[in-house]
Design a protein around this ligand. Structure first.
Ligand code: ACM
Ligand code: ZN
Length: 774
């Protein structure tokens, strides 16, 4: 992994110099997440000097701890010691108190006048968030004296559930790492830790009644290399938390107003448990703790009464460790193959009288039976369940909260059914996805493309819901599946600074949000990441470029920028830019094929290089019309993407590729004058595992008037075979030269995925990046 800025360099860049002596540092309330209301007043300023004390109200252990947290933060930022004491008189000091009247208990008010600082919370948690705001406002400058301008901040969170998820099954993280993760949450005002404790690849929580769950289920004999390459590392891998350790983490979180929500993922994602107790599976095994990634077919047997007892026993111990009102029962990705042929499962289906109907298979109803069982047991003990959105299939358990991960559709459906919803759509909030298109220079990730701007612009409240239904959207969470996150340092890299963007989605009302403004505030938060020693991604400091196919001028217009307005130097001949290269300070107009290289040059070091090949052909920046729709999920800039001169790489989610699904790529390009042409070419990106297939044919038609077209060339392609590789496929039709103004390109997508594939019979996606005409 490349680290762009060394700590000192970054601190220098953002104006927070390490210095000696008693220099004054103005605090800055432009923090993340942005408070709801920041009003500067004319009441002077307050200096946090040696004599300033942190006074907390009354005989309250939580308030005492709050005061100590604040003293700890200030010590770390400035090096100074601030004493804490119980009391009521805040004059000349920082006074922490309760009693704010507000709609949410997490609200606080922070007042600075020349007389002192007061943080008043609607609860101890509210005071804690006020402390976070104060902490983030003070610049981390050792031996400095913070000066606070007079201000009144009134703040409260938009959502009560502000979560992140922690997958410790695929890779295990230590108790200290879990605590560090909680500290990271604190910095972002988050309050729910969703702890994914069990999965096919490892069971990580001690259960006293079933000791083999950790003796056997916590250890896999080896791990697959890369993305299920078929090769294995040969190294045993394991780890688990004793109940005592889990309690320690729960307590550590609770002191920081964070609730730990444990997940025991059932009835699928259970192969590690089956390895320990094979009688819980449909076939009786033997099973091994899974050594590869994906979704195992080996799931709990829904026809076996001892499985129901197992569920009750495990949750009994889980409830004893975790005071959380919510317990997550999983429910995602449970293949029904084994149930379909298991005599016990089929007998249960018969006993329960489950029948397939137009909406669900009888096995989907059987899954609801299992989830209902878990819910009933937990409800009887005063708890509530959360499940992934698959729990909608077969009917929702009566009181279930739905975690919507396969987009927002499940969440919308659940809200309409008057069930609480937590939004975690994978297209916005799966932080195991890449945060850059430059995947070749990144540590391996699961795939996808989820830059920080996309996270920031996520709006979790579906406009299609009525105001009454919108009340069921209670929160937002990002997920960090750890198949490709082998170390804690890598986990931090995937989380930061995307958590900063997430925190404003979770906390700040949408009318206050603005991406550019957020970026201007981000370097200050990144200073704190550096101070805490967190490993964070530095992509936000790279050159960002927007490319526009300008069909009026037949050019590709490029606008470049950086988060801190650092000067960007560029070249168009493939060489590396230097300080003498031209500066990109306005729109860069590209008229012919070239390689654009751009660098932000900073005194502290250069950014990574932005490199983009722009290839002009007769179709580049020509008006392009879709005769059949582009798939909504992957439409990016629409069909102009096909004629913008830019090619994609092997990742179909970068925005360079657009998709056609259930219909064909069918576009007409207007060359704007009669033009002699002799070939048309396009490239597809294939990822069979994701139902993304190559084209099934290619036809080129031409016309002078845009109405009457004549075919000039055509070919068909066979369905893909299992042995065909993934990646890029180039297709080109060459024909006797013709004169034409309009060119229609018709490329059929796969309409029936072949039998050898899990998606057999369904439509496949067709991804195309560019149509090149010569
Ligand atoms: C999930 O990503 N399987 C919930
Ligand atoms: Zn079974």
């Amino acid at each position: 992994m490349k680290t762009l800025f060394k700590l000192a360099g970054l601190l220098a860049m953002t104006g927070a110099l390490i210095s000696c002596g008693d220099n004054k540092e103005m605090a800055d309330y432009q923090i993340i997440p942005l408070p709801q209301e920041v009003v500067t007043t004319s009441n002077g300023e307050f200096v946090l000097d040696n004599g300033t004390k942190i006074i907390y109200l009354g005989d309250n252990e939580m308030m005492q701890r709050n005061a100590q947290f604040l003293a700890g933060y200030l010590k770390k930022a400035t090096g100074a010691d601030y004493t804490t004491e119980a009391g009521t008189d805040g004059k000349g000091n920082i006074l922490l108190s309760l009693g704010l009247t507000a709609e949410t208990p997490e609200a606080y008010q922070l007042d600075v006048t020349s007389d002192g600082v007061s943080i008043t919370g609607a609860s101890e948690a509210g005071v804690f968030y006020g402390i976070q705001t104060l902490r983030k406002s003070v610049s981390p400058v050792i031996n400095s004296t913070p000066v606070l301008a007079a201000v009144q901040i009134k703040d409260y969170p938009r959502f009560g559930y502000r979560g992140v998820h922690f997958d410790v099954s695929r890779h295990f993280f230590t108790v200290d790492e879990a605590k560090s993760y909680i500290d990271m949450m604190v910095l972002h005002n988050m309050n729910r830790l969703h702890w994914h404790l069990t999965d096919d690849q490892g069971w990580r929580l001690e259960i006293k009644k079933y000791p083999l769950l950790t003796e056997i289920g916590a250890n896999r004999k080896e791990t697959v290399i890369g993305r299920n390459s078929g090769e294995y590392d040969g190294k045993p891998y394991g780890g688990f938390y004793t109940q005592e350790q889990a309690r320690e983490i729960v307590a550590y979180a609770a002191e920081r107003y964070i609730t730990v929500i444990p997940e025991i993922d059932l009835p699928g994602h259970m192969q590690a448990a089956l390895a320990a107790y094979p009688h819980l599976g449909c076939t009786g095994g033997p099973y091994e703790v899974w050594t590869q990634w994906g979704v195992s077919d080996n799931v709990l047997c829904a026809g076996n009464d001892s499985v129901l007892t197992f569920i009750d026993d495990v949750f009994s111990e889980v409830m004893d460790i975790f005071p959380s009102r919510y317990i997550h029962v999983g429910g995602d990705e449970c293949p029904k193959a084994k149930w379909g042929t298991c005599p016990k499962c089929q007998a249960r289906i018969k006993t329960l009288g489950l029948k397939a109907d137009a909406k669900h298979s009888k096995e989907e109803y059987l899954q609801s039976f299992i989830i209902n069982h878990a819910e009933k047991f937990l409800n009887e003990h005063g708890r509530r369940i959360i499940g992934w959105d698959e729990i909608l299939e077969g009917g929702l358990a009566p009181n279930a909260t739905v975690m919507s991960w396969r987009g927002e559709g499940g969440g919308i459906e659940a809200a309409k059914q008057k069930h609480d919803v937590i939004m975690t759509p994978n297209t916005y909030l799966y932080f195991d996805y890449y945060q850059t298109k430059d995947t070749e220079n990144e540590p391996l990730a699961i795939g996808g493309y989820l830059p920080i701007e996309r996270v920031y612009n996520y709006e979790p409240m579906p406009a299609s819901l009525t105001p009454e239904e919108q009340k069921y959207i209670i929160g937002v969470q990002a997920n960090h599946w750890s198949e490709y996150i082998p170390t804690y340092s890598q986990l931090q890299y995937m989380a930061l600074p995307r958590w900063a963007a997430l925190s404003e989605v979770q906390w700040t009302n949408p009318d206050k949000k603005n991406y550019k403004d957020f970026l201007s505030r981000l370097p200050r938060l990144i200073n704190l990441y550096a101070l805490e020693g967190y490993n964070y991604a530095t992509h936000v400091f790279d050159v960002k470029a927007d490319f526009v196919a300008n069909s009026a001028d037949g050019t590709v217009d490029v606008v470049m920028g950086t988060i801190d307005n650092a000067p960007i130097h560029y070249t168009l001949d493939g060489t590396e830019p230097t300080t003498t290269s031209p500066v990109a300070d306005s729109i860069l107009v590209i008229k012919e094929s070239c390689t654009l290289n751009a660098l932000a040059l900073r005194p502290t070091g250069n950014s990574r290089m932005l490199t983009e090949k722009i290839a002009f052909s007769k179709s580049t920046s020509k008006p392009t019309k879709a005769n059949q729709p582009v798939n909504k999920q992957y439409q990016y800039n629409g069909v102009t993407t096909l004629t913008d001169g830019l090619k994609g790489n092997g990742n179909y989610k970068t925005g360079r590729w657009i998709a056609f699904y259930r219909n064909d790529m069918d576009v007409t390009i207007d060359l704007q004058q009669s033009t002699r042409i002799s070939s048309v070419a396009f490239t597809t990106c294939v990822e069979k595992g994701d139902w993304v297939f190559d084209a099934r044919g290619f036809t080129v038609e031409v016309s002078d008037d845009g109405n009457n077209f004549t075919e000039v060339a055509s070919e068909e392609y066979p369905a893909m075979k299992e042995s065909d590789r993934n990646g890029l496929y180039e297709h080109k039709l060459t024909f006797t030269p013709v004169q034409a103004r309009y060119v229609r390109v018709l490329v059929p997508s796969e309409k029936s995925i072949p039998q050898w594939h899990g998606g057999r019979g369904n439509s496949g996606f067709l991804f195309v990046d560019e149509v090149t005409i010569e």
